[in-house]
Design a protein around this ligand. Structure first.
Ligand code: SAH
Ligand code: SF4
Length: 409
């Protein structure tokens, strides 16, 4: 059996191509191949007087990762390759840079889009252990930036630029499939936990999830795809109607309303009780256990009261809780909770019958938390701005904790 060790492809930095190259065509209107409805290319080829089987040749080459451009599909006649490239983009990611971490087990890619926006994807390898086969989990972005503005999140700090389209989302997975081909590895899981709030870009995210799970396209089982949301109830309802087997992850972070309002501003619009009700309905519709994510911030949301509040909210539901020590980000005064605090928190949840795990942070050294690389690239805020922001958070969290305390006593 092949030993899944750190591999050269992810283990070295792959820099952007020529930085002095002309900027990508802003407003490139050619549709991305990966975002086309399945029959569209066949129709286009027929209109061009080409045999329909050419569509399968294109699909085989582009979805398998053997080709990244139409030019590389050697089975096609040269003039057809050129016409395809005029009409479509084989890849919507104009350029990508990979930075390794964890001795090559983690790779973080920064992707440049046609309008010069940046998004990130992160590949995390989990080597085989005992009976458990090796896994490679890919974290992808759904938006450039994010409008939700969770204060512990580097993407939240960046603000919102725009939604990604289907092809821009799927092309992150195709990028890594090509990268891993050289080492005979596969992406085994995809999580929508990169930049952006997937359920505020539901059409594209659902379209991308369908393409990723379609056996004739990317071909990853729906159960291996996780959609993470900070709590957009209409988006969860949409997933319920879809009835597919995607794993749903809910970013809960705190059960007490005043504290959750600070950590996840969407709480004002869709309170945790409504979010958990919708997620529970999703679990009942699909039979899938819902994952609740809690980023653990020292002295903020890791107290015994918070553990009991989360246990009360989730008790008896088809739920799994994931506790994630916060990745430090520059603009917050906050620190991750201590391992002992996280264990104590987990014990309360387990006593309430909730299956609970603690996630080890991956790629901290390359800023693998949500949006951190893109934040670096967009320029650091001035020290004065960081200091103001930190002071504001100290004040706001003191108020939130006071309010939360008043509500429980
Ligand atoms: N917007 C969606 C999905 C992207 S964020 C959501 O919020 O669920 C994916 C996950 O990364 C979320 O659970 C988020 O809370 C977590 N995250 C963001 N910033 C983090 C940080 N500084 N440390 C640890 N996890 C973080
Ligand atoms: Fe957006 Fe998720 Fe970051 Fe919150 S944690 S700002 S919802 S990306």
């Amino acid at each position: 059996m092949r030993e899944p060790v750190a591999q050269a492809r992810v283990g070295r930095t792959v820099p952007f191509r020529d930085q002095s190259a002309p900027p990508p065509r802003a407003g490139d209107t050619r549709p991305g191949y990966a975002g086309l409805p399945p029959a569209a290319l066949g129709t286009w080829l027929t209109e061009q007087g080409e045999p329909a089987y050419r569509a399968k040749q294109v699909a085989d080459a582009l979805w398998s990762g053997r080709a990244a451009t139409f030019e590389q599909i050697v089975q096609l006649p040269g003039p057809l390759r050129a016409r395809l490239a005029e009409a479509f983009r084989a890849d919507t990611l104009v350029d990508s840079e990979v930075r390794p971490a964890d001795g090559g087990l983690t790779g973080k890619a920064l992707h440049r889009l046609a309008d010069d926006r940046f998004v990130e994807s992160v590949l995390m390898r989990y080597p085989a252990r005992g009976q458990r086969r090796a896994r490679a989990t890919l974290c992808i972005s759904s938006q450039a930036g994010c409008a939700v503005g969770c204060p512990f999140c580097a993407t939240g700090e960046l603000g919102f630029w725009r939604d990604l389209d289907i092809a821009e989302i799927v092309d992150q997975a195709r990028f890594w499939r090509r990268e891993l081909l050289a080492t005979d590895e596969r992406v085994t899981n995809i999580v929508f936990m990169g930049m952006g709030e997937p359920l505020l870009n539901t059409d594209a995210v659902v379209g991308a999830a369908i393409a990723l799970s379609d056996p004739a396209r990317f071909g990853l089982g729906a159960r291996h795809i996780t959609i993470s949301t900070s709590g957009v109830v209409p988006g969860i309802d949409r997933l319920i109607d879809l009835g597919a087997q995607y794993t749903l992850a809910v970013s809960l972070h705190a059960a007490r309303p005043s504290l959750r309002s600070l950590l996840v501003p969407l709480e004002h619009r869709w309170p945790a009780t409504d979010v958990v009700a919708a997620a529970t309905a999703y679990g009942e519709r699909t039979g899938r256990r819902v994952t609740y994510e809690m980023v653990m911030i020292g002295g903020i949301n890791d107290t015994t009261e918070d553990a009991h509040a989360a246990a009360d909210l989730l008790r008896g539901r088809l739920a799994h809780v994931n506790l994630i020590p916060m990745n430090p980000v520059a603009h917050t005064p906050w620190e991750p909770s201590t391992p002992a605090r996280i264990e104590a928190f987990a014990t309360v949840l387990r006593s309430a019958g909730l299956s609970t795990t603690v996630r080890r942070n991956r790629g901290v050294e390359i800023g693998a938390a949500c949006g951190q690389l893109a934040a670096e690239l967009s320029g650091q805020p001035t020290p004065a701005a960081v200091a103001r922001r930190r002071k504001l958070l100290v004040d706001k969290s003191a108020t939130a904790l006071e309010l939360a305390g008043a509500a429980t006593h």
